[in-house]
Design a protein around this ligand. Structure first.
Ligand SMILES: [Zn+2]
Length: 337
């Protein structure tokens, strides 16, 4: 039995036909975890659909209406890069409910993983890049609305920049910090008990991504790490460590949303970085260790993963569960208080 819960529903499958986005990966991850006895049935919990009122904490009522009524234009559907159907909307609402549940359970148990979600390219008024609803942005706003947290941090390690998330939580009071850069500006401190929960400064966004890749317009995150093509394990892990240390020095989140994309993998069809499967597991461990040593609850979502062989995508995502289990199974007595 795992020391945390895995949020999953068989209805996470997105009926989008033959597509580079293998929407059956969620089921395959669950099956692999069970087959390898990395998890058992009792580790899984099933989410409810997010409500429209939850989703409109991030998305415009006009956009949500169009999703519910089937009112997207052909151009809007094209920009989404997946076919529209009411069933696809339901699946996204369920992934979003899953991220809300994962956030809740992370606050109770210290860590929780949504075996789905991570739709970081969804903006308040439109979807793009296979993303219809920004599930974890909604989860953060729901936790804030319920008074469970004031401040959150997103750590987005998908190979593509988290443009929707950066836009949603963007705040002109924050000077964006773009790395790698020899002249990167130092961020002003934005944390503190007086931080109000309605403005953008209550969510600190970190994105590590391939610079020369989609999205070509990248709204500023609090920290953007623009990685060069072909970046490998050692360099990547050093930048991640740097970004996490820098972010956590400046900001004191009560919840971390880790976006554990599998597409920085060297054999990804939509990525141009050069990480190995082992390097990606070390990446996961680095994030979980950073959260755990500081006693910050962490929820995980999966985002992209388009390896030539879907088995590799499944391995990378399963390894995220294994990495969390290794970090959170160690004795709690050494946790700083
Ligand atoms: Zn991606």
């Amino acid at each position: 039995m795992l020391p945390f819960k895995l949020v999953y529903s068989e209805k996470y499958f997105l009926p989008i036909g033959e597509h580079v986005f293998r929407a059956d990966k969620f089921r395959l991850i669950r099956e692999r975890l069970l087959q390898q006895h990395a998890a058992d049935e009792s580790d899984f919990i099933v989410p409810d659909l997010a409500s429209e009122s939850d989703v409109t904490l991030v998305h415009s009522p006009h956009y949500v209406n169009k999703l519910m009524e089937g009112g997207l234009s052909a151009r809007e559907e094209l920009q989404m890069e997946i076919p529209y159907s009411p069933q696809v909307v339901d699946a996204f609402m369920l992934h979003t409910g899953g991220s809300i549940l994962a956030a809740e359970r992370a606050l109770e148990d210290g860590v929780c993983m949504n075996i789905g979600g991570g739709f970081h390219h969804a903006f308040p008024d439109h979807g793009e890049g296979f993303c219809m609803i920004n599930d974890f942005a909604v989860a953060i706003r729901v936790m804030q609305k319920r008074g469970k947290i004031r401040r959150a941090m997103t750590v987005d390690c998908d190979v593509h920049q988290g443009n929707g998330t950066a836009f949603i939580f963007g705040n002109s009071a924050l000077k964006p910090n773009v790395l790698p850069s020899s002249s990167a500006p130092t961020l002003a401190s934005v944390s503190g008990p007086g931080t109000s929960r309605a403005n953008g400064a209550d969510v600190f966004t970190i994105s590590l991504h391939q610079e020369h890749n989609y999205p070509f317009v990248k709204p500023a995150s609090s920290i953007d790490v623009n990685l060069p093509d072909g970046c490998g394990d050692t360099e990547y892990l050093a930048w991640l460590d740097n970004a996490l240390s820098s972010g956590l020095r400046q900001f004191d989140p009560e919840l971390i949303c880790y976006v554990a994309g599998a597409d920085p993998f060297s054999e990804d069809q939509l990525g141009g970085l050069n990480l190995t499967i082992e390097g990606l597991k070390q990446r996961d461990e680095l994030v979980f260790r950073a959260a755990r040593t500081r006693n910050i609850p962490v929820m995980t979502t999966y985002a992209g993963g388009y390896a030539n062989h879907v088995e590799d995508t499944v391995t990378i995502h399963c390894n995220t569960v294994l990495a969390a289990a290794e970090v959170y199974r160690t004795a709690t007595s050494d946790r700083p208080r």
